[in-house]
Design a protein. Structure first.
Length: 111
């Protein structure tokens, strides 16, 4: 199989069930996006089967986001930059308060 594109997202949502709704995208907030960042998904411990053409919505822990940040801060993205780093820093800065307010972060990728 030839893998051409890859879109990676982190969404903020109150519950994982929202993604079952037909209009789920209107009910969540997209807080992070990366295009063709294959190196990242191949190196994250929380992603189990990269060969699936579309991942599940994976609820992230603070450790997962820190793992992403650590990788992204030291490895250029597809566009040869570090544009994915600031949004990851924002997620970490807001993680605890968002959790207390009932929000969770979910990672999703598809190609």
């Amino acid at each position: 199989m030839i893998k051409i594109g890859l879109d990676c997202y982190i969404f903020k949502a109150k519950t994982k069930k929202v993604f079952q709704d037909e209009n789920w995208y209107d009910k969540v907030e997209e807080v992070w996006y990366a295009r063709k960042y294959w190196d990242l998904i191949h190196n994250m411990s929380f992603i189990k089967d990269v060969d699936d053409d579309s991942g599940d919505f994976i609820q992230l822990t603070m450790d997962n986001v820190e793992e992403m940040l650590q990788f992204a801060a030291h490895n250029r993205d597809y566009f040869d930059g570090f544009e994915t780093v600031p949004p990851l820093c924002e997620i970490i800065a807001n993680f605890e308060q968002d959790y207390e307010d009932g929000w969770h972060y979910y990672f999703y990728y598809s190609y």
